[in-house]
Design a protein around this ligand. Structure first.
Ligand SMILES: [Ca+2]
Length: 234
């Protein structure tokens, strides 16, 4: 549908099962995601955070934007919800780009149909709450920016990714902006883009490693087509 790269659903299901049994403290991949699972599920709740009276009311808002024939929303509608809905817009106080909405939709498109169903939408907003809270902890003056060295701390000490110094330097350069006073600043939407890509690529790579090696080795093989499907969808 809509030119979306289709992945074999059986492969995807297998990938999900593999991830559920993945060692949370991997020698090769750190323990990324574990912290988020502990902190987000049960604590952050999108409908309460955005001051809806009930989850039903929140679902009603989603359905208002959703296409009945598709059974969900596409990136354009996701963008409209984040930018137009007063309490959600007020919460984040950023302008969400269509490009970032496409990336976020792709990250959680579990059914690989290019459409965000309610469960995927709820998971995304839960994820965004966690990333926003994490970002705000470091953005103490509420300027909407954090410093590049704080991004370094979040990736390694909070998200628990295991990256080489070289990869980390590349990430900081790619996702921060150098200011005249010598500081390097990271905006919230760039932080979200980075968080989505890091998580999605790590999961895709790790799942292939496990399937190909019956364990984790920190390496895997991609066919050209599979590589394109993984990278070009984000
Ligand atoms: Ca979907």
């Amino acid at each position: 549908m809509l030119g979306w790269p289709q992945q074999d659903p059986q492969f995807y299901q297998q990938q999900q099962q593999q991830m559920q049994h993945a060692n949370p403290n991997s020698q090769h991949y750190g323990s990324y995601g574990q912290n988020m699972t502990q902190n987000v599920h049960g604590q952050a709740n999108p409908w309460q955070s955005f001051q809806f009276n009930s989850e039903d009311e929140f679902i009603g808002m989603f359905q208002h934007y959703a296409s009945q024939s598709l059974g969900g929303i596409q990136a354009e509608e996701l963008c409209r919800i984040l930018n137009e809905h007063p309490s959600i817009r007020n919460y984040y106080r950023v302008t969400w780009s269509l490009e970032l909405c496409k990336i976020m939709l792709a990250m959680l498109d579990r059914s690989r149909d290019g459409v965000m169903q309610y469960a995927e939408f709820r998971e995304l907003l839960t994820c965004l709450l966690y990333w926003h809270r994490t970002f705000q902890e470091y953005d103490r003056d509420r300027s909407g920016f954090i410093e590049a060295n704080e991004l370094h701390n979040i990736i390694s000490s909070r998200f628990l990714y295991r990256l080489s110094a070289k990869s980390m330097t590349m990430l900081l350069k790619r996702y921060s902006k150098a200011m005249d006073d010598g500081r390097c600043l990271v905006a919230f939407d760039d932080f979200v883009t980075l968080s989505v890509r890091l998580r999605t690529y790590t999961e895709a790579f790790r799942a292939r490693d496990r399937m190909q090696h019956n364990g984790e080795t920190g390496t895997c093989q991609f066919s050209y087509d599979d590589f394109l499907q993984c990278t070009m969808s984000l």
